[in-house]
Ligand binder design. Sequence first.
Ligand code: FPP
Length: 245
Amino acid sequence: MSLQEQLIKERIPQHVAIIMDGNGRWAKQQNKNRVAGHKKGADTVRMIIETAARLEIKHLTLYAFSTENWNRPKLEVEALMALLISSIDKELNTLDKNNIKVNVIGDMDSLPSNVQKKLRTAIERTQRNSGLQVNFALSYSGRWDITSAIQNIVKDSQKQAIDPTSINEDFIQKYLSTHDIPDPELLIRTSGEYRISNFLLWQLAYTEMHFSHKYWPEFTKEDFFDALLKYQQRERRFGKTSEQL
Ligand code: FPP
């Protein structure tokens, strides 16, 4: 039986988050420049979106550009922004036709204005789609997310007093960039690194982790099925014992 056939349809996660890592190292291995690695990485993004949609996953969150990535060489940052624009230009029709909804989490205002404009077009064009929602994490970090939630809570408290005892997890959740998105059941990180790197810090509290040694540009559909299958073989206890489940 193929890996795909072994998947249990009823236990496909609703939300998969991915730290797409290793574009640079893949390029170096191929004697190419880093930008060539990102371009090849964009092909993997396309394949993963298509596969996730076919599997009827509801949410796919992709760490495409972190707050810390602004510190990369200017040329690489510009190339990544240009790649975002060209990918949207190339794929928006296909995304829309396939009922896929585009969303962005992160500090959108810090992105170049032409990138913001493209993203807004993609978000608006696909906002009524009801299939897979792809959340592109751009200029995103988990600490940024929590910090801006706190800023907005304080702002709101200046308009109307907030009773401190009403601040619980649900309350905080409503202020996060993922307020209308369930927490991921599965996080995949490629390239053999075992870190969260300031990704969805709050949201990953109970997420199952899968680390692949493959670099992102060489990550395949089969690798994705393998991650999903391993996830399905785990027992999620949320702090309870096996017997209590
Ligand atoms: C990590 O590889 C990847 C990124 C910083 C960005 C992810 C970008 C893409 C997959 C390209 C296209 C994306 C979209 C949404 C069209 P790295 O550069 O950190 O690799 P390294 O750790 O080997 O240097």
